[in-house]
Design a protein around this ligand. Structure first.
Ligand code: FM0
Length: 325
């Protein structure tokens, strides 16, 4: 028996207000809500087909067979929901530099949740897809939707999911991504955030301040106040990274080049009066939130200073798409 082969494209998202810590590690319920921008430039295409001839799941990433227990564990959730026992062939192509802090797990699990559930015969709406994707990787629940997306914290499996704030953005903004390093990250986000929850003496202050950031950034989005969105984004990222510096053992995701780019962004802002703000995730790449009209100037300026670094500009992107009919 062969299920239909379903292919889904999901775009990555970058959090402006970060998810950093879990209340429930099995179900991936976060300690705080978060808010992201989905990007058009970085995405994952994933095909899933269940096949009674298979003795185990076969997962290939960019054409290479992987031994990935997490993917099979995720498919177990789908199999249980659909009440099937078949294994699947999963083919993923990542148009995102893998695990370099460009949130590839977000697009990966959003695409996998949508493709696998449909191939298994489930007809989930986007809210249920968001809950399912969340159990693969927390940030993936936001990649179901395009534009500005909030992950409402919730308190159990059923109440923790993402909601679109503005899917079709008629606003010319985007992110300039500085590819400082495409290599594997030193500390996974999963291990990093858990260490922080358990040991940072600043953790409760973080949770409190994020709740304010969320209220303020949603207000700023509504009012189209780009400056305020940028200020909240930059300070929220620095607070997240200061948790890592204050954990035991301490760790950080910065490379010297990341810090140099952060300073250069501040300088462009101060000296040229251009609105640009940085954020970093669990890796050294720097993402610069800016308006599309300024992207070329900022890119040009930074490319001159950092000639061996690649910069890619991404506009706001859409939610998941089924690629076969
Ligand atoms: O995206 O342990 O989703 O809000 O990217 O798989 O649930 O990979 F900066 C870090 C993403 C964390 C912030 O963590 O963790 C954000 C981060 P998982 P994720």
């Amino acid at each position: 028996m062969l299920s239909p082969q379903i292919t889904v494209r999901a775009h990555t998202n970058i959090a402006l207000v970060k998810y950093w810590g879990k209340e429930n590690q099995d179900l991936i319920i976060p300690m705080n809500g978060s808010l992201s921008l989905t990007l058009d430039h970085f995405y994952t295409d994933t095909s899933v087909q269940f096949d009674s001839n298979l003795k185990n799941d076969i997962f290939s990433l960019n054409g290479n067979i992987q031994n990935n227990l997490q993917v099979s564990k995720f498919l177990d959730i789908v199999r249980k929901k659909a009440n099937i026992k078949l294994f699947a062939r999963i083919d993923s192509v990542n148009h995102v530099p893998s695990t370099a802090g460009l949130a590839s797990s977000a697009s990966a699990y959003a695409a996998l949740a949508a493709a696998a559930s449909k191939a298994a015969g489930l007809n989930l709406n986007r809210q249920d897809l968001s809950k399912l994707a969340r159990k693969g990787s927390g940030s993936a629940c936001r990649s179901i939707y395009g534009g500005f997306v909030e992950w409402v914290k919730g308190y159990d499996d059923d109440s923790s999911y993402a909601v679109p704030i503005e899917e079709e953005l008629d606003w010319e903004i985007g992110m300039l991504v500085a590819m400082v390093n495409r290599n594997e990250k030193k500390v996974s986000s999963r291990a990093g955030m858990q260490g922080v929850v358990e040991t940072s003496p600043f953790y409760s202050a973080w949770v409190k301040s994020v709740n304010n950031d969320l209220i303020n950034i949603k207000d700023a989005i509504k009012k189209r106040d780009f400056k305020l969105i940028g200020e909240i984004t930059e300070s929220n990222a620095l607070r997240m990274h200061s948790l890592n510096l204050s954990a035991t053992p301490h760790f950080n995701y910065f490379e010297p080049m990341s810090l140099e780019i952060m300073q250069a962004v501040e300088k462009i802002r101060e000296e040229q009066n251009i609105l640009c703000y940085y954020t970093l995730d669990a890796g050294p790449n720097v993402k610069i939130l800016c308006q599309q009209k300024d992207a070329a100037i900022i890119k040009n300026e930074l490319s001159q200073k950092f000639s061996n670094i690649e910069f890619e500009f991404a506009k706001p992107g859409p939610g998941i798409k089924y690629l076969n009919k």
